[in-house]
Design a protein around this ligand. Structure first.
Ligand code: TYM
Length: 330
């Protein structure tokens, strides 16, 4: 039976190789067999301040990235969250059944609000996981392919779906997360104990999909390695080289044993040099395609219009049921 898949990325800054390996790379495989919605979640992006002009341009860039990595608009529905207002409508309705305590436990909220403290954090940032639950539940999603930092949000989505169903009768499908076996959490190049993140101030930690070849070489050659020598995979004792091996695995398809064998008796320098070239080989066609799609905004807009229309139809059908179950309107 076909699954229904939903996933999304915030159009904030550029995508990095962690987003690509953890989430987007899974999407291109999954779309071959299943019914997929891939969303650009611009209403999530505004939970932290954004420059409006920049946000608009990043939304289009993100659409070009989705297409460049291989999302096929004939197979998948590609759309922008804010163009389907049922997302925020359902977000509000779910807000009435979510609990403060549940949202306070979300580690992403704790991380993002750390600077100013929870008191001065935006209410949107606090309620963010409820909007994410609405994104997913609106389409009767069965599978949500994400990186492991989103697992807690999907667990909350499951809780809210069950709670709604108990209170108002069977309405929502309870979705499952889908995580890469290897690569669900790509770490920073300079600090392999921390997750690679878009908001990192230090450029050298993050490899962006749009980085040019010489930047890729520089970042990989400067990536930290472990104190013990040798290319072997052990997340506990060799976190730095293991992180690089995970990237190598995703660029080449070689498994860990094969990578270890290929680099027996070679040093970190040789390994990193080869890794940089593998990344360039994998990423430079994607970079070219991003430019190609951005050069034709008419085509991009046509794809986004079609995606919006399909998503709108499905979302409105679901919302009719939800409003009726809750007794809203006439
Ligand atoms: P976002 O935009 O922060 O990240 C997009 C996707 O990339 C994954 N990811 C990583 N994977 C591996 N290693 C990393 N270092 C890494 N960093 C990020 C994320 O897990 C994510 O899959 N809340 C979501 C967006 C969202 C969403 C949704 C996702 C909104 N609604 C509904 C799925 C379904 C987010 O902020 O992702």
């Amino acid at each position: 039976m076909k699954d229904t898949v939903f996933s999304g990325v915030q159009p904030t800054r550029n995508l990095h190789i962690g987003n690509y390996i953890g989430a987007l790379k899974q999407w291109t495989h999954i779309q071959q067999q299943h019914h997929c919605y891939f969303c650009i979640v611009d209403q999530h992006a505004i939970t932290v301040p954004q420059d409006p002009a920049q946000l608009r341009s990043r939304i289009l860039t993100m659409a070009a990235i989705y297409l460049a990595i291989g999302i096929d608009p004939k197979k998948s529905i590609l759309f922008i969250q804010s163009e389907v207002p049922q997302h925020t409508e359902l977000g509000w309705l779910l807000m009435t059944i979510a609990k403060m305590g549940e949202l306070e436990r979300m580690t992403q909220f704790k991380d993002k609000s750390r600077k100013g403290g929870a008191i001065s954090a935006g209410v949107g940032l606090f309620g963010y996981p409820v909007l994410m639950a609405a994104d997913i539940l609106l389409y009767d999603t069965t599978i949500v392919p994400v990186g492991d930092d989103q697992l807690q949000h999907i667990e909350l989505t499951r809780v809210l779906a069950r709670r709604f169903n108990e209170r108002f009768g069977d309405t929502f499908v309870v979705p499952q997360p889908l995580i890469q076996k290897i690569g669900a959490r790509i770490m920073k190049l300079q600090k392999p104990e921390e997750k690679m993140s878009k908001s990192d101030e230090a450029e050298m930690n993050t490899l962006f999909l749009t980085d040019e070849d010489d930047v890729i070489r520089k970042k990989i050659m400067r990536a930290v390695t472990d104190s013990s020598a040798g290319i072997s995979y052990d997340l506990e004792s060799k976190p730095a080289v293991s992180n690089l091996m995970i990237i190598y695995h995703h660029m080449t398809g070689l498994n860990m044993k094969e990578i270890e064998k290929k680099f027996t008796d070679q040093g970190y320098g040789d390994f990193k040099k080869d890794l940089a070239e593998q990344i360039i080989e994998h990423m430079s066609p994607i970079r070219k395609k991003i430019k190609h799609y951005l050069a034709d905004p008419a085509e991009l807009n046509k794809i986004l219009d079609a995606g919006r229309d399909k998503a709108l139809a499905a979302a409105e059908e679901k919302m009719k049921l939800v409003r009726a179950k809750m007794g809203l309107g006439r």
